[in-house]
Design a protein around this ligand. Structure first.
Ligand code: H2U
Ligand code: ZN
Length: 348
């Protein structure tokens, strides 16, 4: 088509980290939205909830009692999806019936003793304590012979299936490299072999130059809407220095990670003046003691909200059967986030 441009015409964009494509239909986002934009009721929570299984001093579903912790608190998930003592073995009948034993360790991390808080409302110094726990856990779990990948993540909000508003995250570590990191393992390796530099290092260099998809940044990290974003307000935090995992971060960089986690989630909360739901998690090199110079630490944020505190995007129909699709472009989403105040709406 002559005169093609990506602001006006339907097109596909490549996600170089997964090798997958997303369909973008910018012409559809041009229709004005006339539906109401309802504000969510501000949910006021107590600092301590006697019925919360993550609050200090309370009993959990498994029967154990939480200590009187202050700051962060880590425990082994009472309903772990992976177990340490799974016998080796599998099913290997033919290429059609393949199964492999999998073992691992799952943990839950309380980010704060204060039940009422969320990351955007916590102090950077307290989020830094969360980053320190990530480092301790990544090191401890990654050192184990049978652990080859450590997935650190946060599921936030009831619409993401999160069972409890108490600020918390999880770590699932496993004996094999799971599907998403395995794709990124392959693509980053191929890129590094071809260019001698990390894919995401080259990517942020270009994005810092173009600026149109940037959301927030500090000295050590940048948060942006990736060119290939699938979810309406999907973002990625990337370290400015290429490091394979969080253990390589300097003290200052760890504080930088805490800072950008807060800055980005403030933007998110301010977008619809609601506690913004998402699944977010770090992607880093496998922990099988090989060297992975191609791996570049980053954190994905996949939020489901589209238009208001209540209207979410559904990945259904064409997206389940063919390919993911979006209307609002990555550039429009980035501009909306970038233009929002940097102070949390509850504090302004
Ligand atoms: P979500 O925030 O994504 O719902 O996860 C909370 C985790 O906490 C979940 O994996 C665990 C669940 O198994 N959990 C416990 O380990 N102990 C409890 O008493 C309740 C929930
Ligand atoms: Zn609580």
């Amino acid at each position: 088509m002559s005169g093609f441009n990506i602001e006006d015409y339907p097109h596909r964009r490549l996600n170089p980290l997964t090798g997958e494509w997303v369909l973008v239909s910018p012409h559809r986002a041009k229709r004005p939205w006339q539906g109401q934009v309802e504000k969510a009721v501000i949910d006021e929570r107590p600092s301590h909830d006697p019925n919360c299984y993550l609050c200090a001093g309370n009993e959990r579903a498994g029967g154990k009692t939480n200590p009187d912790y202050k700051g962060t608190f880590v425990f082994t998930n009472d309903f772990s999806a992976l177990l340490t003592d799974t016998p080796a073995g599998g099913v290997d009948e033919s290429s059609l019936f393949q199964a492999k034993s999998e073992s691992g360790i799952c943990k839950v991390i309380c980010f704060s003793e204060d039940h009422s808080l969320t990351i955007p409302e916590m102090e950077v110094a307290d989020i830094r304590k969360v980053v320190d726990v990530w480092c301790e856990q990544f090191e401890e779990l990654g050192k184990k012979d049978f652990i080859r990948y450590v997935q650190i993540f946060e599921n936030k909000g009831a619409i993401m299936g999160c069972s409890n508003p108490h600020p918390h995250g999880q770590i699932w570590s496993s004996s094999s490299v799971p599907v998403e990191p395995a794709k990124e393992n392959q693509t980053q390796k191929e890129y590094y072999e071809e260019h001698g530099t990390t894919m995401l290092g080259d990517y942020i260099k270009a994005e810092l130059d173009k600026k149109e998809r940037l959301v927030v940044q500090n000295e050590h990290f940048v948060a942006l809407v990736p060119f290939w974003a699938t979810w309406p307000f999907e973002t990625i935090i990337i370290s400015k220095r290429a490091v394979q995992d969080i253990l390589e971060l300097t003290d200052e960089e760890k504080t930088g990670l805490a800072d950008i986690y807060k800055q980005l989630t403030i933007k998110y909360d301010n977008l619809f003046e609601t506690s913004f739901a998402y699944s977010a998690g770090l992607h880093q090199a496998p922990t099988d003691s090989s060297d992975y110079p191609e791996w570049h630490l980053h954190m994905h944020f996949y939020p489901p909200l589209l238009r208001s505190a209540a209207v979410k995007k559904f990945m259904v129909g064409y997206e389940m059967l063919a390919t993911p699709q979006r209307d609002i472009t990555a550039e429009q989403a980035a501009k909306r986030l970038r233009d929002l105040p940097g102070i949390h709406y509850k504090k302004s």
